[in-house]
Design a protein around this ligand. Sequence first.
Ligand SMILES: NC(=O)C1=CN([C@@H]2O[C@H](COP(=O)(O)OP(=O)(O)OC[C@H]3O[C@@H](n4cnc5c(N)ncnc54)[C@H](O)[C@@H]3O)[C@@H](O)[C@H]2O)C=CC1
Ligand SMILES: NCC(=O)COP(=O)(O)O
Length: 344
Amino acid sequence: MKHSNARPVIGITMGDPVGIGPEILVKALNDSTLYAVCKPLILGDSHIIKKALSLLNISKNINIIDDPEQGQYQSGTLDIMDISTIDTNKSDLSYPTVETGTAMQKYITCAIDLALADRISGLVTCPITKTAMKLAGSQFHGHTELLAHRTNAEEYAMMLTGNKLKVILVTIHIPLSLVSASLTTQGILKKIRLAHTSLKDRFNIPMPNIAVAGLNPHAGEESMFGREEEDIISPAVRLAKEEGLKVTGPLPPDTVFYQAVSGRYDAVICMYHDQGLIPFKLIHFKDGVNTTLGLSIIRTSVDHGTAYDIAWKGIADPSSLIQAVKTAAFQAQNRKRELIENEN
Ligand SMILES: NC(=O)C1=CN([C@@H]2O[C@H](COP(=O)(O)OP(=O)(O)OC[C@H]3O[C@@H](n4cnc5c(N)ncnc54)[C@H](O)[C@@H]3O)[C@@H](O)[C@H]2O)C=CC1
Ligand SMILES: NCC(=O)COP(=O)(O)O
């Protein structure tokens, strides 16, 4: 690690300039407690950040830098790597364009490259839209797929975390109609292993107690309502148990989340996006954090999207971003400790 001070440098990508990213970023960095746990570095566009400051009537010093080493990292100053220069007089920021889509993608690739080069200790992403990614010509749906590709991750997973509930998704951004055909015993087993290792290493849970949700009503009920549990999910759970992991399932999806929230399980493996995200957001909409598992670098994110309906109105809630930055800082400190322990 090139930066010696105890606080880790956390790169925060500004997200879609047309969405609520710039606003929540400015609001989050107005919270001085973030500076106590990390050195926040904005990867974005100082023109847009200035516009957000003006919208919110917040005053900050702007320190534009080319290298993370040049940051001041003090509350009251925003350290920014200017990756795009969007002309805010010409762009009214009311809809995504090729320019804004390309810019938001560059913030992410730049942050990934800095993390891979060990110039920052982790990255936190503000929201982007999948449609703007497409507009900019990206082959990836969102951050997760782009991160996995650029870091050469063989196995990765999306995990949403809050203090009451943690969910890990087996399938992510695919149509519901393709979920069943996408499930495989080996695929589910890999997510269980990834969940186990990440909960242990990144969240300090020595022996995570993992629940696996079924796919069908009543987890198939003796195959009356579908065979995926019997044919695909149960064998994965059995193999994980044989490896010594603490895992239970497939459990009826309508009760497993209640049980997890009540403290019976540390995390729930979910078969598809909304199976996990509906219960998760009911509880953690405000303070939930999205973490990508299986990467060689640390990445967390807000749990919400670009919220175009409220963008540039000054009313977006920065709580999820604040929590995402704290989580990345916590994980970076854990990782640093591990590296030191391994060296000794
Ligand atoms: N981390 C990321 O980059 C994520 C990106 N997305 C993307 O965002 C785009 C929009 O997705 P939607 O499904 O509309 O979800 P959304 O989260 O953007 O909005 C859903 C509703 O929640 C409200 N909302 C969201 N965040 C808020 C905040 N911080 N404060 C106050 N209200 C908030 C919005 O105003 C809207 O009414 C999609 O392209 C989606 O793929 C969605 C989730 C995460
Ligand atoms: N619902 C979460 C989500 O869509 C986040 O996607 P990503 O951009 O973090 O891959």
